[in-house]
Ligand binder design. Sequence first.
Ligand SMILES: Nc1ncnc2c1ncn2[C@@H]1O[C@H](COP(=O)(O)OP(=O)(O)O)[C@@H](O)[C@H]1O
Ligand SMILES: [Mg+2]
Length: 256
Amino acid sequence: MPLEVRDVTVRFAGLTALDGVSFTVAPGTVHAVIGPNGAGKSTCFNVLSGVYRATSGSVRYGDAELTALTPHRIAALGVARTFQNIALSRHLPVVDNLMLGRHRLTKAGFVAAGLRLPAARGEAVRHRARVAEIAEFVGIGGLLATPVGLLPYGVQKRVELARALCMEPRLLLLDEPVAGMNGGERAEIAELITAVRDSLGISIVLVEHDMGVVMRLADQVTVLDFGRRIADGPPAEVQGDPQVIRAYLGASEESA
Ligand SMILES: Nc1ncnc2c1ncn2[C@@H]1O[C@H](COP(=O)(O)OP(=O)(O)O)[C@@H](O)[C@H]1O
Ligand SMILES: [Mg+2]
């Protein structure tokens, strides 16, 4: 089912971070939200995941109005997210971090699992098998026992993606998944995101600063600048849009 963002406005004291933004994420597609620094990308992401409350507007996902729900309830609808800065337990092995992603699906619940009751044990075995499968898919199958903190940054980003997939989402929200990566790592993650869409049929909303990655990867692109939507369409179309070019050139002149 589509995710429909309609006329979303977010105001902070004296500042409009998002100004009447609308876009639709079609099922089974990669939809990128891009824009220069300060454009409102993270704000948009935080509204979709329930971390920020919209001042006005709506976000419909099936029958649910996401702007009225807590992050926890949104996750329970099958909407998983990653974080711009890695949010994993560094001292725990990869497998434990991935199992944390499955708690939404654990019928026996935290308490029974903690007590290692028989029903919980059987369930845990099934979850571990699925976790191993997802780790394999993401290319970290051989690292399940390794503490996350010992892994290189690019691999940690994969673990985070795997943890989100362990929630068995229907919609995946990714905040700057290639930030801090080199060219080779970027291409690999782009390939992985495409595989998530194609093999698992998951819809993906990608918030990204890097234009190159987005243009190769996205089916549809929404461009923000100063909180406003300045373009929306397929990558090739958006890339040549004079307003988009101006926004990016302006931003690089400022930072130069
Ligand atoms: N929690 C907040 N409180 C106040 N201002 C915020 C907050 N979050 C973001 N902003 C402001 O909103 C604008 C958009 O920020 P953000 O969504 O982080 O942009 P981007 O992710 O595109 O760089 C910026 O001017 C930023 O300073
Ligand atoms: Mg941001």
